[in-house]
Design a protein around this ligand. Structure first.
Ligand code: GDP
Length: 647
């Protein structure tokens, strides 16, 4: 399905022409009717001779409403460029043409309207035609046929429609990248239905019942109904004008400039890297750090420029710019945009979004930054995927795919190419590298890294733990949870699975040792000083001398101190059964064994029996039995303990 958009100077007859072609009045606001001028976007559709319908977006021509024009013009397949024969080329004729060219609209037709007004003056008509042809030179409309028409008297309309049909036939269908996006150009509510948004769908299909996300706000909603050209449909195709009835969000929660997308496929951003071309007749050069207005899709947001490869961009020049936006937008790699200055209101240039998620401010004039951007601009899927990997890592396949902006079917081959060349590492522990890559095999991968990123991460892990061991030489290692929270980025917490994959890979690489709840460097060993060693020997001797009534925690602490005591417990050289009571492992095991034997034979045991069994005091016997209760080995019934037997 295709969409055309009107463009041209105010009062040159755009709305009248759309009405004559489609029978639909695109001027929908009362104010527009009263002022006879298009203020906001109008929508209609044209039935072609083959039976198909083509969406028509009618945009305002007046300079005051250029923002509305820009909201509607994104995503069109062809322009219906309107110039009035009596007035010829006017300021907004030029500005709209420049915008169409910056947006790289694939084709178009020029309607030379109001020819009835210049009927008696063929020379004038010829002059205007030549003027228009000159204006189109070197633009995306250079091959557009110029068709004289009169909307009022119907002259030339058939020729115009055939010319449009021919142009549209030549424009390829919008690709299906498997992740639909609907830049919202209108949001309203309909009694009995609720929230309805409209836009031109791109990059995928949208179906009723699907869950969608409003980006950047993040609201989740469900598609309750779909219409295209006022007809109910179950599935909307890329490139069509769509009205979406949403449940779960209010009209106020979705605004022009927001984008509907499937959850987790599009992310808000406040930094974008763009390749930008200045208009040859821009009023002045573009400065570093200049305030500008950024228009992309249906979004409009204030921004500041960061010129990456030039001190200034002169009119007509091109260059790399990082835009810092004042509020988040949802854009994708390859989106065309327009830059304007606020006052006086003028279009200054535009171009293509090359990297929607740079994630950080680039230093200026850096060859490696410019190289990265060139790689992204090249569009080579493997290079694009590699850049996305370096930016996002460690990352999942799903996020990598979404942030790369690549068509889904291009990702798997690019992934294979990188993996084979060793430029992409899969840390997932169940991953078996094999020659056959299928979308299903890769879809759930969670832990992808570049070799450089993995090197850096290994160093970071080793440094973190080495520092920890230095600080706590008697501790075995860092608690697992602590390591996870220290190694992950605060902005992007890791999933447990990713962390575990990283640990397993680091263990395999010989960097770490995994002790379950504790992680240490592979080489970490506890070293005691001579005094600590002597104290520890004294303590352990005392434990051996009185295995069933050994020194208490408090007594132990006075002998060896807190660090050594904690280390003895952590390393399993002492078994803690309560805050006060600790046993040596052989004593502990012997006691548990004898109690179990007794329970199996007799069915029950009292604390007093335990005390007598080991010739110890009630304090030790009670602590041990409460410990066994807590471990769910035994259960207390009155004064006795019985076996729990797995209940
Ligand atoms: P827009 O601002 O470009 O949408 O222009 P409109 O469609 O609102 O038309 C502006 C004025 O030109 C209106 O008064 C129309 O009636 C008039 N107009 C539009 N098309 C024609 C035409 O083919 N012939 C004549 N004589 N007048 C026209």
């Amino acid at each position: 399905m295709k969409v055309i958009g009107t463009a041209g100077h105010v009062d040159h007859g755009k709305s009248t022409l759309v009405r004559a072609l489609t029978g639909i009045d695109p001027d929908r606001l009362a104010e527009e009717k009263a002022r006879e001028m298009t203020i906001d976007l109008g929508f209609a559709w044209l039935s072609m001779s083959g039976g198909e319908t083509v969406g028509v977006v009618d945009v305002p021509g007046h300079i005051d409403f250029i923002k509305n024009m820009l909201a509607g013009i994104g995503g069109i397949d062809a322009a219906l460029f309107v110039v009035a024969a009596d007035e010829g080329v006017m300021p907004q004729t030029k500005e709209h043409l420049a915008i169409l060219d910056l947006l790289q609209v694939p084709g178009g037709v020029v309607a030379l309207t109001k020819v009835d007004m210049v009927q008696g003056d063929p020379e004038w008509l010829e002059l205007v035609q030549a003027d228009v042809a000159a204006a189109l030179e070197d633009t995306c409309l250079k091959d557009a046929p110029i068709i004289p028409v009169s909307a009022r008297y119907g002259q030339g309309l058939d020729a115009l429609v055939s010319a449009l049909a021919k142009i549209l036939e030549a424009v390829p269908d919008r690709p299906d990248l498997g992740r639909p996006r609907l830049p919202v150009d209108r949001s309203f509510s309909v009694a009995g239905f609720g929230t309805v948004v409209t836009g031109t769908l791109s990059d995928g299909h949208l179906a009723t019942g699907q869950e969608v996300e409003v980006v950047p706000a993040g609201f989740k909603a469900r598609v309750r109904g779909l219409q295209t050209h006022k007809r109910k449909i179950d599935q909307a195709v890329p490139g069509s004008r769509v009205a979406v009835n949403l449940t779960g969000v209010s009209k106020e929660q979705v605004n022009r400039g927001d984008v509907l997308a499937l959850p987790g496929t599009l992310f808000p951003t406040v930094l974008v890297d763009v390749h930008m071309r200045m208009l040859a007749d821009a009023p002045h050069e573009l400065q570093h750090n200049q305030p500008v207005e950024f228009y992309c899709g249906a979004a409009e947001v204030a921004a500041h420029t960061r010129l990456l490869d030039a001190e200034i961009l002169a009119p007509g020049a091109s260059g790399w710019v990082q835009l810092r936006l004042t509020s988040p937008v949802a854009v994708q790699r390859g989106d065309h945009f327009i830059l304007r200055q606020a006052s006086p209101s003028r279009t200054i240039g535009g171009g293509v979004v090359v990297n929607p998620y740079p994630g950080r401010r680039w230093r200026r004039f850096r060859p490696e930054v410019l190289e990265t951007l060139d790689a992204l601009r090249s569009g080579d899927p493997a290079r694009v995927l590699e850049q996305a990997l370096r930016r996002e890592e460690p990352t999942s396949y799903a996020r990598l795919t979404a942030t790369s902006g690549l068509p889904t079917d291009a990702v798997v081959p690019a992934f294979g190419q990188l993996a084979e060349a060793g430029r992409l590492l899969v840390l997932d522990k169940d991953w078996q590298p094999s020659s056959e890559l299928t979308p299903l095999r890769v879809a759930n991968l969670q832990s992808l890294m570049s070799p450089d990123g993995w090197q850096a991460l290994q160093h970071r892990l080793a440094d973190l733990l080495t520092e920890y061991h230095r600080q706590f030489p008697l501790r075995q290692g860092m608690p697992r949870e602590e390591l996870k929270s220290r190694v992950q980025s605060r902005r992007k917490p890791w999933s447990l699975r990713l962390f575990n994959d990283v640990v397993v890979s680091a263990v395999t690489a010989g960097i770490l040792a995994d002790e379950g709840a504790i992680i240490r460097t592979a080489s970490h060993d506890v070293h005691l000083s001579a005094t600590q060693q002597a104290n520890m020997d004294r303590l352990l001797d005392a434990f051996q001398a009185a295995p069933y009534a050994p020194p208490s925690t408090a007594e132990s602490l006075t002998i060896v101190g807190e660090d050594v005591f904690q280390w003895l417990v952590d390393s399993g050289q002492l078994v803690k059964v309560s805050e006060e009571v600790v046993f040596s492992p052989p004593a502990y095991e012997a006691m548990v064994q004898r109690i179990m034997d007794h329970l199996r034979a007799e069915g029950k045991i009292t604390v007093a029996q335990v005390r007598d069994m080991f010739g110890t005091s009630r304090k030790y016997a009670l602590a041990l039995m409460e410990h066994l209760d807590a471990r769910r080995v035994t259960r207390r019934v009155g004064d006795e303990r019985v076996l729990r037997r797995g209940d």
